[in-house]
Write a protein that binds this ligand. Structure first.
Ligand code: FES
Length: 175
């Protein structure tokens, strides 16, 4: 994985008039998520997941709104979303195929699977097909090293992955 430097201090944040963090979300977070954690900052990751489930990704404006809700700095939210690749900071395709590239999966042939998907979908990791159907990602360890190689396809983990298996998954999502 390559670290990329982003000019976050000077970045322009696209804005819309309607907030991403709705009153309904705030009420639900206050009732269900905040009480689970000792600090408001502790709620950040589940709240980010909630926003991503709602919109498919986490716009920068939403990160600022989350920071305001949690009474933390926006930079803390940006730090979290930019560290974990599972958080999408840009729009992604209808289906996200995220193949583990960490050591156990690497030893068990993840590269052949990534290369196959790259060729089949004609995209590189972190790109989306022109029809908006698929995004390919390469992630770090998914915590299933004993069943490597594996991938996260949308919200489902697929273990002991083979090229035939990933083809069947893509076929199923294509129809
Ligand atoms: S290295 Fe792939 S799941 Fe751990």
């Amino acid at each position: 994985m390559a670290w990329t430097v982003q000019p976050s201090a000077t970045m322009q944040i696209p804005r819309r008039s309607e907030p991403y963090v709705t009153a309904e979300m705030q009420a639900r977070w206050t009732e269900i998520i905040l009480p689970r954690y000792e600090t408001r900052l502790g709620s950040l990751m589940p709240i980010l997941h909630d926003v991503q489930h709602a919109y498919g990704w986490i716009p920068a404006q939403a990160m600022e709104e989350i920071a305001a809700f949690l009474e933390i700095n926006a930079s803390q939210v940006f730090d979290c979303t930019s560290f974990y690749e599972e958080y999408h900071t840009h729009p992604v395709g209808e289906h996200v195929i995220a193949i583990c590239q960490s050591i156990a999966c690497e030893a068990c042939g993840h590269q052949a699977i990534i290369d196959h998907v790259r060729g089949r979908l004609d995209i590189e990791p972190h790109e989306t097909t022109s029809d908006g159907k698929f995004t390919l990602m390469a992630l770090e360890c998914l915590g299933a090293c004993d069943t490597a190689p594996c991938a996260l396809v949308n919200d489902d983990r697929h273990d002991n992955l083979t090229i035939d298996a990933i083809d069947r998954i893509i076929d199923g999502l294509s129809s």
